[in-house]
Design a binder for this molecule. Structure first.
Ligand code: HEC
Length: 268
């Protein structure tokens, strides 16, 4: 009894501490508060194979120059895009790697670290780590910033080390500066972008391309989403069936057991 009482007291003492730890995260982050604009919204659509193939083309030809996507293989991507392995090798895989290899960037590890002092992160679960809306906004929000080594900065990702790798398609953008917060200090921050020069694509075409890229990254991050959705009703049906059978079995077991003397009202 005494022990259980002290356990209760200990728990009661630990609870505020646990709560303090749990809520200290946002509080600590608040001191590095940086203003970011609201995300642009896109609807993830993974059913259009033509769009997914376009996305795959850009990701494998451009993004994979720096980023690895080691959680997937060229052959798995081919399957998701509905193309054969030889088509994958012919049109999409320019890395010289075999079709069953994982998607590893050709960029030697140390090089990006040397140039921009960070190794580009793996993109396999990027659509999960960041939301699709975040990725979409990120890809559209690079702007010219002569103070940065790459010449560009990003509205969503302050002082980003990634160059604007889609600039030739989108054109260059200048920032829309507003009063806001930068790492906890009031400051002028870029809260949006303005088109400065024309790219090879119209804005609508570029939006579509950015969506295709995000859709493809979403498929890479959720490789079994389709099977999962198709399997769900069957699994629920199976559980339903099991419930019926186990109820019938319960009835059979207890049919011949006389429990009348065990009723609580017989013990009074
Ligand atoms: C020239 C090399 C290079 C290319 C090409 C490149 N990136 Fe990056 N990327 C980087 C670097 C470096 C970072 C790290 C930025 C940082 O942490 O400051 C990065 C960061 C990112 C991030 C942010 C991850 C995070 O930390 O939240 C995303 C998303 C991303 N890249 C997507 C892409 C996509 C999509 C493409 C293709 C359209 C692409 N990248 C092409 C170098 C590159």
């Amino acid at each position: 009894m005494r022990r259980s009482f002290s356990t209760v007291r200990l728990t009661a003492a630990a609870l505020p501490l646990a709560l303090a730890v749990a809520f200290s995260g946002p509080a600590a982050r608040a001191s590095t508060k940086t203003s970011v604009p609201p995300l642009m919204h896109m609807k993830v659509d993974t059913s259009n194979l033509a769009n997914l193939r376009t996305g795959a083309l850009y990701v494998l030809h451009r993004c994979a120059a720096c980023h690895s996507i080691q959680g997937t293989r060229f052959s798995s991507i081919a399957k998701q895009l509905g193309i054969t392995n030889s088509e994958m090798q012919k049109y999409l895989n320019e890395s010289g790697r075999l079709v069953h290899d994982t998607v590893v960037t050709a960029m030697p590890k140390g090089i990006m670290k040397q140039f921009v002092s960070i190794t580009p992160p793996d993109l396999t679960v990027m659509a999960e780590a960041q939301s699709p809306d975040w990725l979409y906004t990120y890809l559209k929000s690079f702007y010219l910033d002569p103070t940065r080594p790459t010449g560009v900065n990003n509205v969503l990702f302050h002082n980003v080390a990634m160059p604007d790798v889609l600039a030739n398609l989108q054109g260059l953008q200048s920032p829309v500066i507003k009063e806001g917060w930068l790492y906890g200090q009031p400051a002028k921050v870029a809260m949006g972008v303005k088109q400065l020069t024309k790219g090879t694509m119209t804005p609508a075409q570029f939006d579509q391309t950015a969506q295709d890229i995000v859709d493809f990254l979403y498929v890479v991050a959720h490789p079994h989403a389709k099977e999962r959705a198709a399997l769900g009703p069957w699994i629920m049906g199976l559980f339903g069936l099991l419930t019926i059978f186990s109820f019938l079995l319960y009835k059979v077991y207890w049919r011949r057991v006389d429990t009348s003397h065990e009723r609580w009202w017989n013990h009074r």
